[in-house]
Ligand binder design. Sequence first.
Ligand SMILES: *Cc1c(COP(=O)(O)O)cnc(C)c1O
Length: 417
Amino acid sequence: MRYISTRAEDKTQTFSASDAILKGLCPDGGLFIPEEIPHLPSISLDKGLWWAMYEALKPYFEGDELEGDLESICHDAFSFPLPFHENNGKDYLELYYGPTAAFKDFGARFLAFSMEKLLAKRGENLSILVATSGDTGGAVASAFHNREHLSVKVLFPKGRVAERQRRQLTGWDGNVESYEVDGSFDDCQRMVKEAFMDSSLTGLSSANSINLGRLLPQMAYYVYASNLYLAKYGRKAVFIIPSGNVGNATGAYWAKAMGAPIESIVLAANANKPITDYLESGEYRPRPSVKTLANAMDVGAPSNIERLFALFPDYDSFKANVSAYSVSDDEILRTIKEVYDETGYVICPHTACGERVRRDHVESQYSVVVSTAHPAKFNDIVEPLLGCTIAIPKNLYDIMQKPSKAKEIAADYHNIF
Ligand SMILES: *Cc1c(COP(=O)(O)O)cnc(C)c1O
């Protein structure tokens, strides 16, 4: 299996999965995609999540230097459950039982364990730089903590992340360092960019959501979940996916293209809706992001859109395969309340976008709303609305007990080296 760039015209320059994972971005600035989407192998559901994920990932590593390590990487990285919350066929897929209680744990952990194996083989070390406005940094810090040959520097803007998020960014020691930057998230991003351009600094890498190593596990859990759903109800499900950078959804499209039993895929956006607008107008226009209650989806220019355009290159095929709807902050609040009043089930603001889209736009009785984060991560929104306290899951609680450590620095990247 070889990988090419979304931007390559001649398609003759190809890369191995391992090189794609270590590089992150193609040399021409495009994103890595498989030369050809492989056919779905047979998937066993009785050996647990990690084994099914391994089976789904295997064809993507055929002939790769990680091929022989893939089984143990999957075993170590996917060591938590992935349950459905059943609701008469209108189920939820709870992707939030990893260490930081959001779906990004799957990708971040697979990336960290894969990089660790590769660097050990090659006798190299890497330092990962992450600028974060909240969730991504926590998942990356947790995944890379104590991984050999790797260190992590997390930059976050002082006073601009929620207290629980801050604890997830700063509760680390050893190979993970946190920097509280006197500036905005944009300053943090600028510092990372400047560090990458500084040729005196070597051995730097990123762990962005566009990295192939983060995307592939998101394909694999859709293979697993769609097969499990089919086994349970005898029907294929419509998957409704709360989306921002559309990395999670791209995983689902790859799974469907392989032949996973998925009826269709529907994207649920917040007020940031470049894809909805494209579907309506036929003209794709990225925009500046606007702030919403589902803040992990505040993306006006989704980075993974290039991968969707590679799958569905013209407007007609895009329209035939992709549907997307936008949900306002008022609707997010109303939906969290509606679901709680009807069933006692609590969902996070991102998941609420998915549920609103299901209620307003999806007719099938057989659908799955993807729950992207545990509601306890967004207690400041959900608790006052519902008038109840949400128990913190053990994984988050454990991080919160660790002593918080961060270096306060001015917004200049020289302060982190
Ligand atoms: C990152 C994130 C999303 C958006 O996922 P994309 O892959 O960027 O579309 C949705 N919900 C939560 C909780 C997230 O952390």
